[in-house]
Design a protein around this ligand. Sequence first.
Ligand SMILES: C[C@H](N)CC(=O)CC(=O)O
Ligand SMILES: [Zn+2]
Length: 306
Amino acid sequence: MASKSGRKVIVTCAVTGAIHTPSMSPHLPVTPDEIAENAIAAAEAGATVIHLHARDPQTGRPTQDPAAFQQFLPRIKQNTAAVINLTTGGSPHMTIEERLRPASHFKPEVASLNMGSMNFGLFPMLDRFQTFQHEWERQHLENSRDLVFKNTFKDIEHILKTCSGNGTRFEFECYDISHLYNLAHFLDRKLVTPPLFVQSVFGILGGIGPHPEDVMHMKRTADRLFGDQYVWSVLGAGRNQMPVASMSLALGGNVRVGLEDSLWAGPGRLATSNAEQVRIVRSLIEGLSLEVATPEEARAMLSLKG
Ligand SMILES: C[C@H](N)CC(=O)CC(=O)O
Ligand SMILES: [Zn+2]
C-alpha cells in the first residue's frame, strides 16, 4: 500500500545553549555573528524552530542579557521565517529572574519552560574534555556535581504568568516522567492550553536515560496524560541525539537537534555546524517518507501567534 504523503515533522534546532563551552568545539557558535549565521544556515537546511541562548562574545560564558540577544535576533528574523524559541532555562547556575529576561523582553512566539527541579550533571564531560581556554569552563562542569537546576512550582507558575500574557507559548522541557505529571498539574489548573509542545529530554545525568524503553515510557505516559492535546518532540543529549530522534520519527514524533544538545555528527566526529545536524536528521525524516514541516505548518500545529 503506497504511504500517504509524508507526515509533517517539526525540526527544532538549538544553536548554542549553555551546557557546552567554547574549548569543547571550535564549531560551537559564541559571537553574535556565529550565532546568527548558524541559525540562518540551520533554517535554510530545514529547521522549523530555532531555539536560542546568548553568550558573552569574549569568554563564551552564557548570558541572559537582552542586549546580547539584540546582537543577533533581528538578523535571524530578517533572514528566516523560522519560529523563534527563546530560552528561559538560561544556564542552571542562574536565578529565575535572570533566566526570564529575554522572554519577557522580546515576547517571542515560543519560550522554553523546564518542568521540574533536578540534579544537572555536566561533570562527566570532564572525562572527555580536559584543556580549557577559560577557567569558568572547568568550574561550570566541576560545580555541576553540587548543582540543582531549580524549577519549583512557584518558578514555573511565575514564568507561565509572565510570558502567557505576551502571547508566548511554550516548549515544555520534560527531563523525566515526573515532569510530565507537573505539566498535567498546570493543565488541570488551566495555566497552560493545548496543544502542549512537549520536548522530552533524554540522556542528561539527573534526568531519564536515553534507552528505547525510556523513550517508550515517556511516550506512553504522555499519551495517557495528554491524549491528543500534545505535540511530542524529543532531544537526545550527546551521542544519543540521532538514535533518540530516529525512535521519535518511528513513533510519530518530532525532533530537536543542534550544538546545544550534542557537539557530534558521528562517533568522535565533531559537527562542523548546526546545519550539518539538521541535514543528518532531515535525511532520517525523508528516508522514512516523512516531510520536514515548514514554519507556517508548525505555527498551525502549535497554535502560535505568528
Ligand atoms: C537540555 C536542554 N538544555 C534543554 C533546554 O534547552 C533548556 C532551556 O533552554 O530552557
Ligand atoms: Zn536551551
